[in-house]
Ligand binder design. Structure first.
Ligand code: S3P
Length: 170
């Protein structure tokens, strides 16, 4: 059978990339890769520890390496880290060789979702105002994804249906 393009999920922390990605992969009978999880497995460390002990630059270099390698596979759903698509190299590869989906939410919803957990070093170091500014800044990059999914007021299954619809009619 002909191999199919990967689906790459993009968006801020807390946008549901991992949850939606897993469900999507199951529906499509594709493999699922969560970049943060792959990095944690490779380092045998949690993301928070990597940031604390090795620093953000180290994390970003590893993120680039792991993401570029995984995007060479086929028949996969890939959940990027929230900062992955800001990297020029990752963004270019994701757009040209894969099908990209931005999981977009309103600013207020996103801030609430991000604050629900304390495992995200980037968010922990920022005030709500700074976090809002980061969302606005990053959204300019996320908007370069081929498909934008407005997740607000959609259930998980509606989000998945929408993504599958766009993917299958491409
Ligand atoms: C980050 C998002 C995280 C993780 C790291 C940095 C970011 O991924 O890669 O903490 O810069 O937005 P999630 O989007 O899966 O939380």
């Amino acid at each position: 059978m002909k191999s199919k393009k990967n689906l790459v999920l993009i968006g801020m922390m807390g946008s549901g990339k991992s949850t939606i990605g897993k469900l999507l992969a199951k529906k499509l009978n594709f493999k699922f890769y969560d970049i943060d999880q792959l990095i944690e497995e490779q380092m045998n460390m949690k993301i928070t520890e990597i940031f604390k002990l090795k620093g953000e630059n180290f994390f970003r270099n590893l993120e680039e390496k792991v993401t570029l390698k995984i995007m060479n596979s086929n028949d996969s759903v890939i959940a990027l880290g929230g900062g992955g698509f800001i990297n020029d190299h990752i963004r270019k590869e994701a757009i040209t060789k894969n099908e990209t989906f931005w999981l977009d939410w309103n600013l207020g919803t996103l801030i609430n979702r991000i604050r629900r957990n304390n495992k995200r070093p980037v968010a922990l170091s920022l005030s709500n105002n700074e976090l809002k500014n980061l969302v606005v800044k990053r959204s300019k990059y996320y908007a370069k994804a081929k498909n934008k999914i407005n997740c607000e007021k959609r259930s998980k299954s509606e989000i998945i249906k929408k993504i599958l619809n766009l993917y299958e009619n491409n």
